[in-house]
Design a protein around this ligand. Structure first.
Ligand code: IMP
Length: 435
């Protein structure tokens, strides 16, 4: 059975590594069977790459469903929405012949990312010095901080312009203090100028309010009418603010629990949770990474896998598949299936490694450490798999894959304790092996 078989109505797709696992491609394929696709957390820090024929699309905020005719695309209350990033993305899609108007809805409860959040993000990174997180500078952390502090601006607040002005002015003032506090001269930065922000926000107000909706109501109605709903995660389990490598994480819950809370439905409506992993691992930004490769091996994987950030263009850090991290990600997400992407990137390798456990303080452990400092001390203990050294990109069934590739995939399935549902063997929609 593959996800979105007839019995599955509501499916969550989540990243089970440090993001960039290929969720965009999987979501795009699954959207073909869905009526509604919902992003439920994160913001324009995400970069979901989808290839349609010769065209490549990089989506930061808009759900991958926008690329499939007839699909409704929603941003849930768990997403932090940068109105200008959204506008740029919508214009870019429209210019390429993809209709956005009338096909998108945004939760009235979703918080907005404002220019002063981006200024704060950059200044706070400067203030962290050697302990910087390596954020995407998209204002994500400061926007979630305001949300949790109950000082943020929600989409629905735009109905009340007086309230909007008060929230933006207070936010810009706090941001100015925060920027000063880290020793950065706030000067006359445009992002800290509340009047300018309000002027620019005023221009987008009607457009944004035209998309305001209750995502929970829309999802419940679609499910009640027998339609399918796809909940599309961003980032990955190891960047989750609780379950990831804190503090080197993003500021949202990236795991499956957020698929319900961040879209406005109860968890009992979700039928399946599909975890997406690469056949190896990458990480972008700072933080511990036990199986990280260096030198020529790293260069090779980065080159073949085109491992450069879709949002920031930064080179990604490549490494071997990590079974300890996979078990952790499977457990905290309650995965019911797993999709393995970029298998083809390993086609030319003579040997492939999997870290089956870690060695710490002279002992072997198979539990993912709770602290980043402990993870930093963990030495991977590897099992070595023979490479298949054959191209896999033209394979369309599991049986067509080389026997050694099949064995490697079955090992990942065993580690995930969840059935393998999809294997991706290239960037195009067609380069996919359903299991
Ligand atoms: P932020 O989400 O911009 O605050 O960044 C926090 C951390 O999450 C940094 O290490 C980023 O590189 C990482 N990050 C955020 N979004 C993504 C993503 O979509 N893919 C991979 N890494 C991400």
């Amino acid at each position: 059975m593959t996800p979105f078989s007839d019995s599955v109505r509501c499916l969550a797709v989540v990243g089970a590594q440090w993001g960039d696992e290929g969720k965009g491609k999987l979501s795009d394929i699954l959207a073909a069977r869905a009526s509604v696709v919902v992003r439920f957390q994160g913001g324009a820090n995400a970069g979901h790459t989808v290839r349609v024929g010769d065209d490549e699309f990089i989506l930061h905020l808009i759900p991958s469903g926008i690329l499939t005719d007839g699909v409704r695309s929603l941003l849930g209350c768990g997403v932090v929405v940068d109105p200008w990033a959204l506008q740029r993305e919508a214009h870019g899609l429209t210019a390429r012949g993809i209709a956005v108007t009338g096909r998108m809805g945004i939760s009235r409860r979703a918080h907005l990312v404002l220019p002063h959040h981006r200024e704060m993000d950059v200044a706070q990174e400067v203030g962290r010095g050697d302990n910087r997180i390596g954020t995407t500078s998209r204002g994500i952390g400061p926007a979630y901080r305001d949300k949790v502090a109950r000082e943020g601006l929600r989409l629905g607040d735009l109905h009340d312009w007086g309230r909007t002005c008060r929230i933006v002015e207070a936010g810009a003032r706090r941001a100015r203090f925060a920027v000063e506090a880290v020793g950065v001269d706030p000067g006359d930065r445009a992002g800290l100028d509340a009047a300018l922000t309000l002027e620019r926000l005023g221009d987008l107000r009607q457009w944004l309010l035209g998309m305001a909706t209750s995502t929970g109501d829309e999802i419940r109605s679609a499910l009640a009418a027998g339609k399918r709903v796809l909940l599309e995660g961003a980032q990955g389990a190891l960047l989750d603010v609780d379950h990831g490598t804190y503090p080197f994480v993003t500021s949202s819950t990236t795991t499956a629990g957020a698929a319900a809370a961040g879209s406005g439905i109860g968890p009992t409506l979700i039928d399946e949770v599909l975890g997406v992993v690469k056949a190896y691992v990458t990480r972008v930004g700072e933080g511990p990474f036990p199986t990280e490769l260096s030198g020529r091996e790293a260069e090779k994987l980065r080159r073949i896998g085109r491992e450069f950030g879709a949002t920031t263009g930064r080179p990604r850090r490549p490494g071997w598949f990590d079974a300890v991290a996979m078990r952790h990600a499977a457990a905290v997400n309650g995965l019911t299936g797993v999709a393995v992407t970029k298998l083809d990137v390993l086609d030319s390798l003579e040997e492939i490694k999997i870290a089956s456990c870690y060695r710490m303080d002279g002992k072997e452990i198979d539990r993912f450490p709770d602290s980043a400092a402990d993870l930093d001390r963990a030495e991977p203990v590897y099992e070595t798999w023979p490479g298949w050294r054959e191209p896999t990109t033209e394979c369309r069934t599991f049986d067509e894959l080389p026997a050694r590739a099949q064995a490697y995939l079955r090992r990942i399935e065993e580690v995930a304790s969840a059935p393998l549902r999809y294997v991706s063997v290239g960037p195009d929609r067609a380069h996919t092996v359903p299991i």
